[in-house]
Ligand binder design. Structure first.
Ligand code: ZN
Length: 177
């Protein structure tokens, strides 16, 4: 599926656009923001791994009272690997899409790999300083996938709590497993 990364990037006939290098960079940024917005909305409208597991090994509830976001998370863990994950929740598009992206990112991963993902997420959202979120998808170790679409949220401190809710809930569930 193409989701429009190139739709606004330098197409013909858009005479009102600034053609200076600075203007082109602006176009690229806007196209990227639009891509991110579409990825977020897609996860919000079609949440992955929604529902419940038959016999979860761990579960946790997360609430973000500032925004009214709620997440119920269930995990199956086999030989140290997250083999199943299910979420139910309600709230804003940032909290619910982040939860959906998180479920895709952690499935089949070990506890150590998940800890690394959480670290990258927290660095990307500027919750933790230093470190390397590994955002360039072309390089080894870039593992966040769709989760990268949330990076624009860090400009809005209040929404960072929405984006982090699922990840905090995940750590809580893993702690009790
Ligand atoms: Zn929210």
């Amino acid at each position: 599926m193409t989701i429009g990364l190139s739709r606004n990037a330098g197409g013909p006939g858009l005479g009102y656009r600034d053609r200076t290098p600075r203007g082109r960079r602006q176009d690229t940024l806007m196209a990227l923001e639009e891509l991110y917005r579409e990825v977020i909305l897609d996860h919000y409208r079609n949440p992955r791994n929604k529902g419940h597991l038959d016999a979860p090994d761990a579960s946790a509830e997360g609430v973000n009272p500032l925004c009214g976001d709620e997440i119920h998370l269930e995990l199956s863990v086999e030989d140290g690997v997250v083999s199943g994950v299910a979420i139910e929740g309600q709230g804003c598009s940032i909290s619910q899409s982040s939860a959906s992206m998180m479920t895709e990112a952690i499935k089949g991963k070990t506890r150590d790999e998940i800890a690394e993902l959480v670290k990258r997420f927290r660095t990307m959202m500027a919750i933790d300083e230093g470190g390397d979120p590994g955002l360039d998808p072309g390089r080894p170790g870039a593992v966040l996938g769709d989760v990268e679409a949330l990076q624009g949220v860090r400009q809005y401190p209040v929404r960072i709590k929405c984006a982090s809710l699922a990840w905090n809930t995940l750590m809580e569930a893993l702690d009790q497993e």
